[in-house]
Design a protein around this ligand. Structure first.
Ligand code: PGA
Length: 249
């Protein structure tokens, strides 16, 4: 049975005090069978990890560099993350692709490096509005996957979570309809199945991301190939995040 997951991507929000405050509130919520993750700023990963020591919430990184060490000012490696107990990282978020020029080549290095380092990854992908309008969304998503995670060997897949995030739905208030989400998730699962077989494709959790909020979470999560969500804005508001977790339970 594949895992249901709700992951909060805090992006570049919350200073130290705000991080501590939100985590203290998160510690009080009830979590049952769904896996809950949060990705605070890399500056506060250790603090978050310590605060959540005895709790069922996993702390994950928003990003990792593709080299293990060296002259890469401002970057963070897998070894660094692992040394503070972080074993999962997002890779390929559309904001990294758009603002930090992370293309498929770089992302392939990142996914290989993270998996070889024994980390789990949440690999993000998704089409732009122009791709959808010109009916190229399946083609684009397929190539984003073929150029990166579909190059990994089958053993790697127990450490991969996917997150379909149509760029036009991120932070815009516009969400993919439940039908649009389901058809893309099914398409992605078929791509995995074609490369690795049903046994693997049925076990991969595929999250949806892009303006998920309490009012639409139920509808989106009720699709058979949607295994949870990667939540941006709504993860910063405790009551909203809590509602979204409940919607996936
Ligand atoms: P959003 O962000 O929920 O604010 O649209 C989602 C994401 O970027 O992961």
């Amino acid at each position: 049975m594949r895992k249901k997951i709700v992951a909060g991507n805090w992006k570049m929000n919350n200073d130290l005090n705000q991080t501590i405050l939100l985590i203290e509130k998160l510690k009080k919520i009830e979590i049952n069978e769904v896996s809950v993750m949060i990705a605070p700023s890399s500056l506060f990963l250790k603090t978050a990890k310590d605060l959540l020591h005895d709790f069922k919430i996993e702390v994950v990184s928003q990003n990792v560099h593709q080299e293990n060490k060296g002259a890469y000012t401002g970057e963070v490696s897998c070894d660094m993350l692992k040394s503070i107990g972080i074993s999962t990282t997002l890779i390929g978020h559309s904001e990294r692709r758009a603002y930090f020029n992370e293309d498929d080549q770089v992302l392939l290095k990142k996914v290989k490096y993270a998996i070889d380092s024994g980390m789990k990854i949440i690999f993000c992908f998704g089409e732009q509005l122009i791709d959808r309008k010109s009916n190229k969304h399946f083609e684009i998503v397929k190539s984003q996957l073929e150029n990166t995670v579909l190059k990994l060997d089958s053993e790697s897949w127990s450490n991969i979570i996917l997150a379909y995030e149509p760029v036009w739905a991120i932070g815009t208030g516009e969400t993919a309809s439940p039908e649009q989400a389901q058809e893309m998730h099914e398409f992605v699962r078929n791509c995995i199945s074609n490369c690795y077989g049903d046994l693997i494709s049925e076990e991969v959790s595929i999250l949806y991301g892009g303006s998920v909020k309490p009012s639409n979470a139920n509808e989106i999560f009720s699709n058979k190939d949607v295994d949870g969500g990667l939540i941006g804005g709504a993860a910063l508001v405790l009551s909203d995040f809590n509602e979204i977790i409940k919607a996936n339970s």
